[in-house]
Design a protein around this ligand. Structure first.
Ligand code: HEC
Ligand code: HEC
Length: 194
């Protein structure tokens, strides 16, 4: 019984640290927050990390929409919900504006020309351009695919096809119903090469 005094003290300290940390995180200046994002998505918004998407040159609306889905826990990606938790709508818009204004650059992955050519032929009847634009640079809530990382395009299309992306727009799942892994790879090489 004599040693129980430390428990509330330890709990109190932990809580104090937590509540001191929480508002700090929410009021972190934009430039510092952007640096955090850059550690994964690339300092200039062009990702050099497998399976992590580039954000540079994405439509602002698309970015705000995805950040909103992360913050609300609708699209579940480890880390992304924590990083957006407690941010105000204005913070999400500021982050989106920053990355939308950056120049999209090729990902430096090797593009297979034969695969890209096959992907172009597939994309035509599948009408990717009707939503993502003929340049594949995206519009409104539809992302840029041009210059996106090939590995991420394959990953995200596979998730849509297999209904494995939480909070996904059903439009994309419908487009990819029954599409083979080979065809998804071909579409990715084509889209990234644009
Ligand atoms: C620890 C690494 C990491 C950090 C830090 C990080 N992200 Fe992400 N982010 C990811 C991963 C991984 C994905 C994609 C996961 C998936 O769909 O499988 C992602 C996805 C996204 C997407 C969706 C893009 C798309 O094309 O679908 C946006 C937008 C985004 N992050 C913005 C941000 C912003 C803004 C920050 C800084 C506040 C940030 N991220 C910090 C790892 C990170
Ligand atoms: C009817 C409109 C529509 C068509 C047609 C369409 N898309 Fe999409 N696509 C979308 C929307 C909307 C999203 C955003 C999905 C979300 O928010 O979950 C998206 C997202 C994607 C993504 C995710 C990228 C990222 O950064 O997260 C990829 C990859 C993609 N589309 C590829 C394609 C390809 C390749 C085609 C043609 C085979 C295609 N899309 C046809 C509407 C469309």
């Amino acid at each position: 019984m004599t040693r129980l005094w430390w428990r509330p003290l330890a709990l109190g300290l932990a809580a104090a640290a937590f509540f001191a940390g929480a508002p700090l995180a929410q009021t972190m200046p934009l430039a510092e927050r952007i640096k955090l994002c850059g550690a994964c998505h690339g300092e200039d918004g062009n990702s050099r990390t497998p399976n992590i998407p580039s954000l540079a040159g994405q439509p602002e609306f698309f970015l705000v929409n995805q950040l909103f889905l992360f913050r609300e826990g609708v699209r579940k990606v480890p880390g992304m919900s924590e990083l957006t938790a407690g941010l105000k709508d204005d913070d999400l818009v500021a982050l989106a504006k920053h990355f939308a204004a950056l120049e999209a650059k090729p990902s430096k992955e090797a593009i297979d020309p034969a695969s890209a050519k096959r992907g172009a032929a597939l994309a035509e009847p599948m009408r990717c351009a009707s939503c993502h634009l003929p340049s594949l640079t995206g519009q409104e809530q539809m992302p840029r695919l041009a210059k996106q990382r090939i590995d991420y395009l394959i990953h995200s299309m596979t998730q849509f096809r297999d209904d494995a992306r939480s909070g996904a727009d059903t439009q994309m799942s419908n487009v990819l119903i029954g599409v083979s892994d080979d065809d998804i790879a071909a579409l990715a090489h084509y889209a990234s090469s644009r």
